[in-house]
Design a protein around this ligand. Structure first.
Ligand code: SAH
Ligand code: F3S
Length: 477
């Protein structure tokens, strides 16, 4: 979810810990970078290692095992991780028994090169190999290096019950698909996370029920491309056509999954991310409209407003088709918030293309946005076939234009709530003041209001009196 993404980015570089302690004796220090799916994967890893005798710790100096779950999406993300590895190694000088492992997308992208080039890590584990961690940890404990970067056709970790890390006890992530088949030309994800596969809806519903029983009030269904969810008994999405007639006829798509989950946990708020416009169906929008507990917010990255650039990016829709989709969303769910991801300065982008992006933004007036300068990633179709020909200065200037416009639109959208009463799920203390609660409304806007006798996890109605471009401020009704 978009604003979570910002929150998570701020949290990045912190130790992830759980408050569920047991009699385990070994200590795991784990950090997660990048997307929400990485954070959820870290929770899966903590669960798998808990069975191997590990508790989480916030103190790196006492850790037996240090794991960093990495992101490859932009060069900067990789640089951040490299700096962290240097830091871990300086701690290793004080604590020589400590072992260091790299998880996630950088592990998958660089594979054993990590061991050769960096000589800073003992273990390299790709996103589909976490079940092998018990063996890999034993190998490094025996003083040998360990690598497993095999991508899977079936792995969804469906039966692993994640140990919630740095949890507020109210909101949780539930992964529903893994991998991506879309091959956007700029994107490294299909190479680091493999082909698309969906998780058994039964195990999704079980996890949702379990979270509800534990007091959680909101779940976010996660996937690189959730709208592409398709359960037909297991296997890769691309092999659906080869499945039996019965399997195809009884398959469950994302709109049905949303409905199943909304009915299974009728008081739980349900969010999802991320939607690729080309895969978002009207049925999904109708499921959202039908159930009050599905939040009225869609993260719908478009990357650019120029059809010419969309084509170069291998996004399977035009500017006009995207606008039609937005119109459909607003017609079916008038109060739906929409957010974007944009890339400034992709290969071949002209000033005219950039103006098209700004004009699309004017048209949609997004509630939130996540904006990036194009960063070429080795091995992607764009790196192989296209020239990264927009000068850095131009990328930065265009990005600044996009960010400035988004701030204007964000403020405009927030102002629309002034005078209205919204339902807020209390997540914790406001960052600025312990005398205020913070929580989000259905549209994912952050709301702050003075504390009364409510508690974390309560749903309350708040009347909005004022706002900034990022926060609504009000009073409990
Ligand atoms: N479906 C994914 C998208 C993954 S990447 C999801 O769940 O969010 C998130 C965003 O990073 C993309 O939407 C895109 O805007 C940005 N991004 C991806 N590759 C990039 C690159 N090479 N340079 C700059 N930004 C990139
Ligand atoms: Fe990346 Fe496009 Fe998939 S942005 S994650 S290849 S939908």
């Amino acid at each position: 979810m978009a604003s979570d993404y910002i929150i998570e980015e701020k949290k990045q570089g912190q130790a992830l810990v759980t408050n569920q302690k047991n009699s385990n004796s070994k200590l795991l220090y784990i950090e997660s970078y990048g997307c929400q799916m990485n954070l959820n994967d870290s929770e899966i890893v903590a669960s798998i290692l808990s069975n191997e005798g590990f508790n989480t710790t916030q103190n790196i100096e006492e850790a037996d095992l240090v794991l960093v779950n990495t992101c490859s999406i932009r060069e900067k993300a990789e640089q951040t991780v490299r700096k962290r590895l240097q830091k871990y190694n300086s701690v290793k000088n004080i604590n020589p028994k400590m072992k260091i492992g790299v998880l996630g997308c950088m592990a998958e992208r660089l594979k054993s090169k990590f061991l050769e080039e960096e000589k800073m890590v003992d273990m390299v584990v790709g996103p589909d190999a976490y079940r092998d961690l018990p063996n890999l940890v034993k190998t490094v404990e025996d003083g040998k290096d360990a690598v497993n970067v095999i991508l899977s056709k079936v792995e969804t970790y469906a039966d692993v019950s994640p140990i919630r890390l740095n949890s507020n006890g109210v909101t949780a992530f539930v992964s529903i698909t893994r991998g991506c088949d879309n091959m956007c030309t700029f994107c490294v994800v299909p190479f680091t996370r493999g082909r698309e596969r969906s998780r058994d809806p039964k195990s999704i519903v079980e996890e949702a029920n379990d979270l509800w029983k534990k007091g959680f009030k909101e779940i976010t269904l996660l996937g690189q491309n959730v709208d592409s969810y398709l359960w037909y008994g297991g296997g890769l999405k691309k092999d659906f056509d080869k499945a039996s007639e019965i399997a195809r006829a009884t398959s469950i798509d994302f709109s049905k999954l949303l409905e199943i989950v909304a009915l299974a946990v009728p008081k739980m708020r349900i969010r999802f991310a991320t939607s690729n416009p080309q895969d978002m169906s009207l049925d999904v929008i109708r499921s959202m409209a039908k159930y009050d507990n599905i939040c009225k917010y869609i993260h719908l990255p478009v990357q650019t407003g120029s059809t010419r650039m969309l084509e170069r990016m291998n996004r399977q829709h035009t500017r006009e088709e995207y606008i039609t989709l937005i119109d459909n969303i607003k017609n079916i769910i008038p109060n739906c918030a929409i957010s974007q991801d944009m890339i400034a300065g992709f290969c071949g982008e002209t000033e005219e293309d950039h103006q098209e992006t700004l004009s699309l933004m004017e048209n949609v007036k997004y509630d939130f946005g996540f904006m990036f300068a194009y960063s070429e990633r080795p091995g992607t179709p764009a790196a192989k076939r296209m020239e990264d020909d927009v000068p850095l200065e131009t990328k930065k200037r265009r990005l600044a234009d996009i960010i400035a416009l988004q701030q204007k639109h964000g403020l405009y959208r927030m102002e629309q709530f002034i005078g209205k009463t919204v339902e807020v799920l209390i997540e914790g203390n406001s960052k600025k003041s312990d005398a205020h609660w913070k929580g989000r409304n259905s549209q994912n806007a952050m709301v702050v209001f003075p504390k009364g006798n409510e508690k974390i996890g309560d749903f309350v109605n708040v009347k909005i009196n004022e706002c900034t471009s990022a926060t609504l401020i009000g009073n409990k009704q």
